[in-house]
Design a binder for this molecule. Structure first.
Ligand code: F6P
Length: 364
């Protein structure tokens, strides 16, 4: 299809909005501002060393760490600022929260306040920045509680503690060989590619669907000694391939940018696992619920896949803290359900009789 026949993101959003004649347009304006932020970050990422943006933030002063205790990269800090600057002015937001800010962000006093909350990870996979591997931004849109809107008051942490099922929209931008924006407004998932000539996101991947089955998994195997038994069983069975209980060979990938793994899974299926493990008893998982697991969870489920803590659907989890971590398993539906099944089954011991294992003599 020639480029001229494709929808732009703006056209797509306006056509979506026509389905809701009473919509004010605030939501569309917000998404378009987020898209501008993503374009600006894409440019900064693409310039790399030429833009002087690689390396750690505040290197001269020994570096800085975010609320997660992770060293902040220059691009983490820059991307966070870009998100704020591009979205706070328009009167669509009541407040924001980000991986890079310990507390909720209050809209600057000179701007009007709106009815949405924006929650984001401005640059996911930032360990990949300095090695020129794909990174991305992830965002989630929630409604501000009515009391916040009515009083026009400052937002508090509690205002953001809404389960993933309450999200109005979610999306990510992927800064890879091409820049893409993938969004859901609760009516399927659509992918847009940034046309560098026009500076516009063009609809290139309408109604993305994740195949229910897969032969590709992604997990950081260096953590295997800390995994729970059901995860270990699942991966062992994948590794056993054709001659194992699954009866088929599996391939493995690990990019270490969740947003890039999510995109691969949306494009061709697969399963991603960063399960809760015993590596650090103080951490209830690696990934963050509000700005990583929930938005990716909504996108995956809207594309026909499944997103889970390994035991229960992630979108049903009631958050208890802004920067809460959680175990996350998502991707092709039948594989995610298999892991949930393994978690639900009574624990098996290594001495269990193999004759009773799956696909063995006594099981069908
Ligand atoms: O922010 C989390 C993240 O960067 C994800 O994008 C990625 O999946 C994960 O961390 C990588 O973790 P690890 O360093 O254990 O491979």
């Amino acid at each position: 299809m020639p480029l001229t026949q494709r929808s732009t993101l703006t056209q797509f959003l306006i056509e979506e909005r026509r389905r809701f004649p009473s919509a004010s347009g605030d939501f569309n304006a917000l998404i378009l501002d987020v898209a501008i932020a993503c374009k600006a970050i894409a440019r900064a990422v693409a310039l790399g060393a030429l833009g002087g943006v690689l390396g750690n933030h505040a290197e001269d002063e020994g570096g800085s760490v975010n609320v997660q205790g992770e060293t902040q990269k220059k691009l983490d800090v820059l991307s966070n600022k870009v998100f704020i600057r591009r979205t706070e002015w328009a009167g669509n937001l009541a407040g924001m929260a980000s991986e890079e800010m310990e507390l909720p962000y209050q809209i600057a006093a000179q701007y009007p306040r709106g009815k949405y909350l924006l929650v984001f990870d401005p640059l996911d996979g930032s360990s990949n920045i300095d090695v020129n591997v794909s990174v991305g931004s992830i965002f989630s849109v929630l409604r501000a509680p009515q009391a916040v809107i009515d009083a026009g008051r400052d937002v508090t942490e509690a205002d953001f503690l809404q389960s993933g099922s309450m999200q109005v929209a979610a999306g990510y931008a992927l800064y890879g060989p091409t820049t893409m924006l993938v969004i859901t407004v609760g009516d399927g998932v659509n992918g847009f590619t940034l046309d560098p000539n026009l500076g516009e996101f063009m609809l290139t991947h309408p109604q993305i669907r994740i195949p229910p089955d897969t032969q590709e998994f992604a997990i950081n195997v260096s953590n295997s000694r800390f995994w729970q038994a059901p995860v270990k069983r699942y991966v062992d069975e994948c590794l056993a391939g054709k001659t194992g209980p699954r009866g088929k060979d599996f391939n493995m990938r690990w990019i270490a940018s969740m947003v890039a793994e999510a995109h691969r899974i949306l494009m061709r299926g697969g399963i991603f696992m960063y399960p809760r493990d015993t590596k650090d008893a103080a951490k209830s998982g690696r990934l963050r619920l509000l700005y990583e697991a929930n938005p990716v969870g909504m996108i995956v489920e809207q594309a026909g896949g499944r997103a889970s803590t390994g035991e229960v659907p992630v979108l049903g989890v009631q958050p208890s803290a802004l920067h809460q971590r959680i175990g996350l398993v998502f991707g092709s539906k039948n594989e995610v359900e298999r892991i949930e099944r393994y978690h639900a089954e009574p624990a098996r011991s290594d001495t269990d009789n193999p004759l009773f294992f799956e696909r063995s003599l006594f099981r069908n």
